[in-house]
Design a protein around this ligand. Sequence first.
Ligand code: ADP
Ligand code: MG
Length: 692
Amino acid sequence: MNVTELFASNVFNDEVMKNSLPKEVYKSLRKTIDEGEPLDTSIASAVANAMKDWAVKKGATHYTHWFQPLTNLTAEKHDSFIEPSGDRVILQLTGKSLIVGEPDASSFPSGGTRATSAARGYTAWDPTSPAFVKEGTLYIPTVFVSYTGETLDKKAPLLKSMTALDLQAKRLLKLFGVECRKVATTVGPEQEYFLVDREVYDRRKDLILTGRTLFGAHAVRGQELEDHYFGSLKTRISEYMRDLDETLWSYGIFAKTKHNEVAPAQHELAPVFTTTNVAVDDNQLTMELMKKVAKKHGLVCLLHEKPFEGVNGSGKHNNWSLSTDTGLNLLDPGENPENNPRFMLILACVIAAVDTYQGILRASVASAGNDHRLGADEAPPAILSVYLGDQLGALVDSIVMGRQYVPKKAIPGSIGVPESPIFPIDTTDRNRTSPFAFTGNKFEFRMLGSQASVADPNIVLNTIAAQAFSEAVDALEGAKDFGKACKQYTEKLLKDHYRIIFNYNGYGPDWEPEAERRGLLNNKTTADAVPEFFKQENIDVFVKQGVYTEKEVVARAKIQLENYVKTIRIEAKTMAEIVKKDIYPAVVGYTEKVCSAISAKRAVSEKLHCNADMVLAERLSRLSDQLMSATEKLENDLAKVPDPEIEASKEMAHTIVPDMEEVRAYADELETITASSAWPFPTYVDLLYSVR
Ligand code: ADP
Ligand code: MG
């Protein structure tokens, strides 16, 4: 296979556009893509026609407006290219059908922004993300808005947040005499996932219905040997990864790194970074294809944040940076950050933004699944903090403390093996425990859950950075001595927001009390985190930056809570059903067997030893009683959960989740004393070691 030929072969990319569009049309479209110029609708027909011709050659018969409603998934409705022409058909894609679509919006979450009777919703072409052909259909990336103009998707606000950031970053750069046409944010999301054998998966109702295991005693062997991380790939896994890479490449997705992760059966895939909205589309497509390709290999790809208790869960690291169209990375400190006022101001703005808006940044990654990860010793805590590394950390410390800064130079290092080359050792080590870590020339936001849409946190990041930039420009524009004013402003930001900087172990036990002392937020559950969006100052930042209206912010937060409540309700119901229909009957059957063994032995002779049987029978029946009462309590509490999202979410977090933990504890203990042959479904060992 020729990778360079395969790459992007399913994408209507720049090269294809250039070759298939009239020169003027191509130029005008490029202007829209590169500089955010409004689309000249008169060129739509020409683009549509070229796109259709290209897609048909690739075997497409249909097209779809592909969009990202307020779920974590994508949505599509397929129309064929067929138009009647006399008694024959022609294949057609009109300019209008390229630009707008009109799916019925009534069944997508809108958080009350739209009455159900007003079902009208529009999808509008997003020319900045390339169209592609998949399984006989031309996919046209679109944004999704309601009849009254409210956005109903994640893409529209993401694009608005990118525009806001572009505008404010350009204003800021102008102060430094840097001119450019565009500042774009770039994102490279590292995606973690689990792979399990399909046959084993098919026998786990909890995995099928909820994406995670609701039961399961810890495997006798988990990740304690630390032998899976970066371990050699099993043949079946490496065949899967190869197939996945090739599939992703054909869609123009820069899949780059792949390796085993910490937990058994856990893996990671990282792409090369790209413009944020393309990265978001690519990640959605990646998640979908990960699942599809797995099927072909008799595997199931689990994207849930916590499929298994007792081993690591899965996250998605959001590497985020800002670059100009001239190729300047604004988060690149250069050799001497201490003499780079532009970098220092931008850094200080980002730090200030993360501190000021820590509540909504945390809330942007809140979900039922992610609640199991954050703060659980494997992922950053639910507290936001910023890690700067040794070099920048020392520089910022010296600015805040008013001390002289002595730069630490990158020293030429060698790994101590005579044959190995000399190379510069990085000035900053990695800190895997920080939720928001500076890593060389980008920030890595590590709080995202593995199945989340990358759009959510980036909408917030872009918006709050834009706000901090605009405040900086407002304060510095027209300053008599710009250099001095800039230095003072940077210092003030760093001093005012110093509390958010934490360069030590975020998993350590001292951090929580220390964070509390600093006044940092620690919203542990989705129910606690999401209401941050209702605070006026947080609503205001979205409104000011033109990303959301107040109504939209509130609606989205409500949908997020509603989603959380629904997820936990499904989990709780699934749990109760599995207890009553599978676990309890199995344990009763096994207890009966143990009791019959006791009677049988007694029938032979009073002298036969029955102690162990008696103890076992007693424990089995006691635990199954406890299991049933805990399940009853769970069901009763669930029936009492009120309707409104905010109250319901609190009830879920603080009553239902603990109830579920109790049910699970009894069931898991029962698993450890019930014969394997009697247990109704595969165990953790079966699942985690299912792929050989
Ligand atoms: P690691 O974190 O494993 O050291 P890298 O730092 O090389 O790996 O990159 C991790 C991810 O960060 C990759 O997806 C990469 O594309 C992305 N990345 C690198 N540079 C940037 C950037 N300027 N903007 C956004 N993402 C970036
Ligand atoms: Mg990384």
